[in-house]
Design a binder for this molecule. Sequence first.
Ligand code: PBG
Length: 328
Amino acid sequence: MNFRFPQRPRRLRQNQAIRSITRESQIHATDLALPVFITEEAKPVEIPSMPGVFRWPLHELERKITEWYSSGIRAFALFPKIGESKKDSTGSYILNEDSLCYQAGRLISALHLDLCLIADLALDPYTDHGHDGIIGSEGKVVNDDTVEILAKASLLCAKAGFHFVAPSDMMDGRVSVIRSQLEENGFHETGIISYSAKFCSSYYGPFRDAIGASGGASISKQSYQLDPANFRAARRELFLDIEEGADILLIKPAEPYLDIIHQAKQQCNVPIAAYQVSGEYSRLVAASQNDWLNLQSCAMESIISIKRAGADIILTYFADRLVNWLKS
Ligand code: PBG
């Protein structure tokens, strides 16, 4: 058979070189940000529900950050696990300048590397109930009192040397209050990566184990995180956060919400970040441990899909391995 088709798309797929020059999206090490768990425990601890991911004590942090930096990673987002005895109902330890997160910020800043340091800003590592806000007399998460604490904590992050604060709480109006507090206190250069479209997802379970969040996977954050069914509500949050002064918008989880990432990239003139969360990581690792999926190729496919949808920055627990895969 010898048809005369004018269009033969397979011409562009015939060898590796042609496939490479016609590839539309590429992953670069500088697209990635590595979430880093830090701990008061004496030794690194591997997180059982996230094989290959560890919590790092401060005395290991200089070595690890330098190692990751040398491999090409330029952005790091820190998540503290603090001791149970320091938690209370209002998460007051977030306002202690000597708490783990700020110590880590000072330590990493002192390395004088050309990197981007991000502080996740939320109360859940610090509250004894595990919510991202303080709970009022009616048992509800109280918006404005929570925002007040977060804004104060943003100043401590800025002082400790973080380039960005990343409020991950989903309280209303917090970006505007954090922005004005930072401005009033002279922290004009400290930016805000807002978790604008953060969905109420079951994929956060392993993360809650990792930071020892009270309540674990069972706690419901539906009164503040977005309903996974809602596209327009997510769009509304994105636009509000731009108006309120966010520098970068973040969507989370990533792969189940590619439509939102795409929309944000089309409509919003700020960089778009996407967070491939703990459960997205763990499901691939677990399947690969059963020899059901190939970890490297599935992880690469998941990251390229997030990039293709429009993410400029991808937070992923694979970042440390990805940079090496990209070289091979
Ligand atoms: C909470 C926070 C969560 C994550 C980042 N910040 C969990 C939650 O909202 O319960 C999840 C990240 C992940 O699953 O990797 N402030």
